[in-house]
Design a protein around this ligand. Structure first.
Ligand SMILES: *[C@@H]1O[C@H](CO)[C@@H](O)[C@H](O)[C@H]1NC(C)=O
Ligand SMILES: *[C@@H]1O[C@H](CO)[C@@H](O)[C@H](O)[C@H]1NC(C)=O
Ligand SMILES: *[C@@H]1O[C@H](CO)[C@@H](O)[C@H](O)[C@H]1NC(C)=O
Length: 376
């Protein structure tokens, strides 16, 4: 190769490298899968298009600009509540996949469910979903239903490649969860409607049903053959722009965050208890999205805004939805929040990297990387 060509190639790669440095996980981890497949459960932080296939006006959908504006190739909305990839995509990328497995309802519509389920996985995540069926009922696929859809997928997988192969596949695959924020939004909204604050009894009953429903979902998947669980806890939902804007100072709703912290502690005990006693051979990594948000200095991480929506309108960008005609910030990589509720793709990327290999700062008892590599 001539000198000039070599220089051109080098310059091109440097330019590209700079252009993508904001969102690309390091190349060496890419395209070598550390688990054979991923099955994803959760809410809008994980949804990759399921809600686009749900009927009804009340269904939350990220199907309009400027959602997806930073996705490679298209720049078009895909159902992800992000300017680009979401945290499920970045967990997948760290594990050597191109992105999150595709949405169950999309795969179903394209008659591609079983090939995908066998070769890379399926996402059942649905925006608006909660741990409780009652959360935003009717406008999403709640967690219990997501688990039922997985079970029916598995029955078809068994019929296609045989139960032994499926059992081997599932025991090595990652079952990724990100759910719970909507239950807290719904709980707060319900109290506000009734114009009262939560009593200790309310809180105990709420935690009790959250934990028993979460436990039921994990236990059911375990019975079906799942062994590796990556579970992202609930973050400080009192700090999203939609909640901050209700505070005259723009500060976080501390009471709401304390309520979440109590649940996160209960979730940690639940998982430790299940692994130690009830579900032998269960391995898990609990990702601390609450701690990640609380203990990461946004400015040191390159964000100029940690309280406002990049895409929205009004005070904190939180008084309008991210729809065509909304105000868009100048540099999306420098905002923590994309819309009133959801992180930008850069924020999602940083959290996924911390869960994957963050020197145990934000995962217990092991990282996603260690979970993936654990023999089963
Ligand atoms: C809510 O309750 C407080 C006192 O408990 C009362 O002062 C206030 O007017 C009530 N607000 C509404 C909208 O009912
Ligand atoms: C889930 O929680 C609801 C209360 O919201 C409860 O009625 C139901 O029994 C729970 N389901 C499981 C499987 O624990
Ligand atoms: C509003 O924000 C301030 C911090 O700016 C905080 O101290 C206060 O507790 C917040 N109010 C509520 C109701 O959470």
């Amino acid at each position: 190769m001539g000198y000039e060509l070599a220089v051109k190639a080098l310059v091109a790669s440097i330019v590209l490298g700079v252009a993508v440095a904001g969102v690309e996980p390091s190349k060496k981890m890419m395209w070598r899968r550390q688990v054979p497949a991923m099955y994803v459960f959760g809410d809008s932080t994980m949804d990759v298009g399921n809600n686009n296939y749900l009927p009804g006006e009340e269904v939350p959908r990220a199907d309009k600009p400027y959602y997806g504006i930073d996705l490679p190739d298209s720049g078009k909305p895909t159902g992800r509540f992000s300017n680009g990839y979401n945290v499920a995509d970045f967990v997948a990328r760290n594990l050597g996949f191109e992105k999150s497995p595709r949405a169950y309802l999309e795969l179903k519509a394209r008659s591609h469910l079983i090939p995908s389920a066998i070769t890379s996985g399926v996402s059942y995540a649905s925006a608006g979903a909660g741990i409780l069926d009652s959360t935003n009922a009717g406008g999403n696929i709640p967690l219990s239903q997501q688990v039922r859809l997985f079970r029916s997928t598995m029955v078809e997988m068994d019929a296609t490649v045989g139960p032994q192969a499926v059992s081997r596949l599932l025991s090595k695959s990652l079952f990724l969860f990100g759910v719970g924020s909507n239950d807290f939004f719904a709980f707060a909204t319900e109290l506000a409607k009734r114009n009262r604050s939560a009593t200790q009894g309310d809180v105990a009953a709420f935690y009790g049903s959250l934990i028993s429903n979460y436990s039921a979902a994990i236990t059911e998947l375990y019975k079906l053959g799942a062994r590796k669980f990556g579970i992202i806890n609930v973050g400080p939902v009192g700090c999203v722009p939609r909640v901050r804007v209700l505070n005259a100072t723009g500060g976080c709703a501390d009471g709401m965050n304390q309520l979440v912290a109590g649940f996160d502690a209960a979730l940690e005990s639940l998982l430790a208890g299940l692994a130690a006693n009830k579900l032998p051979g269960l391995a898990y990594s609990l990702a601390d999205s609450f701690g990640f948000a609380a203990r990461t200095d946004p400015h040191a991480a390159g964000f100029v805004s940690d309280d406002s929506a990049c895409c929205g309108g009004g005070r904190l960008g939180a008084e309008a939805d991210c729809l065509p005609g909304a105000t868009l910030c100048a540099d999306r990589d420098r905002f923590l929040f994309w819309d009133r509720v959801h992180p930008t793709q850069r924020a999602a990327m940083l959290s996924a990297e911390a869960y994957y290999d963050g020197q145990a700062q934000f995962t217990k008892p092991i990282s996603f990387k260690q979970l993936a590599q654990k023999s089963s």
